[in-house]
Design a binder for this molecule. Structure first.
Ligand code: MG
Ligand code: ZN
Length: 218
């Protein structure tokens, strides 16, 4: 019985996700589901990325958190549309939450939507919400064992950012092992080594993003 209930929830989620995707496609909006553990740097990555792109690309953000509005306030300070979802305890976003949120945006005037998922390395990767791609951040402070311990998120993400590389001298972390294990799980993943703090490596990600979001507008 329990399994039946779970699959019904997933079926309902999938139906709404397909409708979301149709709306995004109709308006040529490129949508990224950004996932990571708590504290890996999702909001900081968004701040750096949006600052560089907001004059050339029209961006909106959906912020997912269990509670609080801190992240939405950081994004709002950049002068772009943002909706904060408080899940009230749920550990991931789902398609219904996203449908309610993006209805606040004018999709005809939007090129790119970032969905910052709830910080959690497990179930966010299992809920499709209608996004074009999933992207994830792994902070090197989390250790090099994470890809093999939490394979689903690494398998489902088209882009993986390895963040906080400025901290490498202080850590016993094997970044080559992280990359090798990601390639085993997901050979086509695009990997960027970055420091959102110093800006190192971010240009590659920004260029990739420009190309990806532009391709949907053509
Ligand atoms: Mg955040
Ligand atoms: Zn969850």
């Amino acid at each position: 019985m329990k399994i039946q209930v779970v699959s019904k929830i997933l079926d309902a989620n999938e139906r709404i996700a397909v409708e979301n995707k149709e709306a995004f496609d109709r308006h040529h909006v490129f949508v990224i589901n950004l996932m990571s553990s708590p504290g890996a740097g999702k909001t900081t990555l968004l701040e750096k990325t949006i600052s560089q792109l907001k004059d050339s690309i029209s961006i909106a953000v959906i912020e997912g958190d269990i509670a609080g509005v801190d992240d939405a306030m950081r994004i709002e300070a950049l002068g772009i549309p943002v909706v904060q979802i408080n899940t009230g305890g749920y550990c991931h976003l789902d398609a219904g939450m996203i449908r309610d949120a993006f209805n606040e945006f004018d999709l005809t005037k939007t090129d790119l939507i970032f969905i910052e998922n709830v910080g959690n390395l497990v179930c966010p990767a299992e809920f499709y919400m209608g996004e074009d791609i999933k992207a994830m951040i792994l902070s090197i402070t989390e250790g090099h064992d994470k890809p093999l311990k939490y394979p689903t998120m690494f398998q489902n993400s088209s882009v993986i950012l390895i963040n906080k590389i400025d901290l490498k001298p202080h850590l016993d972390v094997d970044i080559d092992k992280i990359k090798t294990d990601i390639k085993k799980l997901n050979p086509s993943a695009v990997i960027f080594e970055v420091s959102c703090k110093t800006g190192e490596g971010l240009q590659g990600w920004i260029d990739w993003l420009k190309t990806a979001s532009t391709s949907k507008r053509l």
